[in-house]
Design a protein. Structure first.
Length: 429
C-alpha cells in the first residue's frame, strides 16, 4: 500500500507530489528493491525524482536523459511500471485530500483509469466536495468524467452517529469517559463530523472539561458550559471557507445566522431589505453546492407568504458566522425580522411568540421581549408543554432587570409569575 498526501499550496503545487510520496514509501517497504528495479526499467524519469535511491553517477545520467521529457511520457512511464508491478503483486495507492491536488496528479489518475491493460491496482482517493466547489478545483471534472464512463465509484461517507461517537470515545479514552451527557453534547455540536469531533475533544481537554485522572479520563466540568465552546482551529477553518465566498453570499449568511440555525428565506430577505426571490436564489445556490446551509422544506405563513426553510449544516457554522456581525448590525437585523414576523402572524402571534421574544431580546427591545416570552409561556401551557412554559417564563423574568420600574413592568412580572406557577405545580406538585 502506497500513501500520498496532497497539500494546500499557496500558489502552484509541485507536480505529482502525492504520487512521489506514495512511491517513495513503497521503495522503502518489503518489496522496495523490486519496485525500484521496475522504475529503473519502465519509469526512469520517475526514478530520478527519488534521488535517495540513486548513486551520483546514475543520477547525473538520468538527469541528462530526462532533458525534454514530456508530460505524456511521464504519465505513460508510471502507468507501465504499475502494470508491470501488479502482474505479481496487487497494489493499493491511497491519495488523501484530492481537493488540494496538483493538476499533474489528476492527469495521471485519469490516464491510468482509461488504460486497458489488466492490472491488480486499486486507487483510493479522498476529497471534500465543498472544498472542491469553493476552489473550483478540477478534481470535480475528473471524477464526473470517470464516473460517466464507469471507471470509478464515488462513495459518500456519512457523519458519525451517536453510536460512532461513543465508539471513538471508548477506544481513545476508555468506557468511563463515554458518558451519555458528553456523547450528546459532542454529537449536537459536531453533527458527527469527524474533523469537528476531534477538534472539539481537544478543546475540551485544553479547557479542562475533560482530564486524565488516576481513575482514567473523566468529565471535570459542567457540560452546559462546554456546549458553547468553539475551538479556535474550527473558527479559523469556518472563517477561511467564509472568506472564499462572494461578499453578497457572506452578507446573506450573516443575516441568516441572525434568523437562527434554522431559518426562512423570507426572514432573511426582511433583514437584508432585499427581495425574497433574490434571497431564495442565493440560498438555493449555496445549498446546492453544500456551502454552509442545506434546504429543508417549504412553509406558508398566515399572511400567505410562501418561503423555503434552510438550516446551517453545522451549529458551529452558525455560531462562527453570527459572532462576525457587529453588535449594531445584529440589533438592526433582529428588529427587522421581528417586524416582518409580526406582520406575517398578525392574527396568530402565539404561534411564533417564542421566535419574536428571541428577536426582540437580541434587538434590545426588552419590553416587547418580555411580553412575547409571556405569550410563549401561555401558549406552551395551553398545549401542556410545562417545561417549555417554565423556560419561557424564566427568560422573561430575567429580562425585567433591563426595564425601568413602572406599572407596566410590574404588570409584566405579575403575568410571567402567573404563567410560571401552573407549570411548576404541574411538574413538581
Amino acid at each position: 500500500i502506497g500513501r500520498g498526501q496532497c497539500i494546500d499550496h499557496y500558489g502552484v503545487g509541485e507536480p505529482y507530489l502525492p504520487l512521489l510520496e506514495a512511491f517513495g514509501h513503497l521503495v522503502q517497504a518489503a518489496h522496495g528493491q523490486r519496485i525500484a528495479e521496475l522504475l529503473r526499467q519502465h519509469a526512469p524519469s520517475w526514478l530520478l525524482q527519488l534521488s535517495a535511491l540513486l548513486s551520483p553517477d546514475e543520477s547525473e545520467r538520468l538527469r541528462q536523459e530526462a532533458i525534454g521529457v514530456s508530460q505524456e511520457r511521464m504519465l505513460r512511464e508510471l502507468a507501465e511500471a504499475v502494470e508491470a508491478l501488479t502482474i505479481s503483486h496487487p497494489l493499493i495507492i491511497v491519495l488523501e485530500d484530492l481537493h488540494w491536488s496538483d493538476v499533474s496528479t489528476l492527469n495521471w489518475l485519469a490516464y491510468t483509469a482509461r488504460r486497458r491493460a489488466p492490472s491488480q491496482l486499486m486507487i483510493v482517493g479522498t476529497y471534500r466536495p465543498v472544498d472542491a466547489v469553493v476552489r473550483d478545483h478540477p478534481v470535480r471534472t475528473v471524477i464526473q468524467e470517470l464516473r460517466l464512463h464507469g471507471l470509478c465509484e464515488d462513495l459518500a461517507l456519512d457523519y458519525l452517529s451517536e453510536t460512532g461517537v461513543t465508539a471513538y470515545l471508548t477506544q481513545r479514552f476508555g468506557p468511563q469517559a463515554a458518558s451519555s451527557g458528553l456523547i450528546r453534547i459532542l454529537h449536537q455540536r459536531t453533527q458527527g463530523n469527524p474533523l469537528f469531533l476531534i477538534a472539539m475533544i481537544e478543546a475540551f481537554i485544553a479547557q479542562g472539561v475533560m482530564a486524565d485522572t488516576p481513575a482514567g479520563w473523566r468529565v471535570q466540568d459542567t457540560l452546559e458550559s462546554a456546549a458553547t465552546i468553539v475551538p479556535s482551529s474550527l473558527r479559523q477553518l469556518v472563517e477561511y471557507h467564509l472568506l472564499d465566498l462572494a461578499s453578497a453570499d457572506q452578507s446573506l449568511l450573516e443575516a441568516a445566522s441572525v434568523a437562527g440555525a434554522m431559518f426562512t428565506a423570507a426572514a432573511v430577505a426582511a433583514g437584508m431589505t432585499q427581495s425574497e426571490d433574490a434571497v431564495e436564489t442565493q440560498c438555493q445556490a449555496l445549498a446546492r453546492h453544500g456551502q454552509f446551509i442545506r434546504e429543508l422544506s417549504f412553509e406558508t405563513w398566515p399572511d400567505g407568504t410562501m418561503t423555503s426553510t434552510y438550516q446551517f449544516i453545522h451549529s458551529i457554522y452558525h455560531d462562527v458566522v453570527y459572532t462576525r456581525i457587529a453588535a449594531g448590525s445584529q440589533r438592526r437585523l433582529h428588529r427587522r425580522m421581528a417586524a416582518r414576523l409580526k406582520a406575517a402572524y398578525a392574527n396568530h402571534l402565539s404561534e411564533t411568540a417564542a421566535q419574536l421574544a428571541f428577536h426582540h431580546s437580541r434587538g434590545e427591545d426588552y419590553m416587547q421581549a418580555v411580553r412575547f416570552h409571556d405569550l410563549a409561556a401561555r401558549h406552551a401551557l395551553g398545549r401542556s408543554g410545562y417545561q417549555e412554559a417554565i423556560v419561557q417564563a424564566r427568560e422573561g423574568l430575567a429580562l425585567l432587570s433591563h426595564l425601568a420600574e413602572s406599572p407596566e413592568s410590574r404588570r409584566c412580572e405579575f403575568d410571567l409569575h402567573m404563567s410560571l406557577g401552573p407549570a411548576l405545580m404541574a411538574i413538581k406538585g
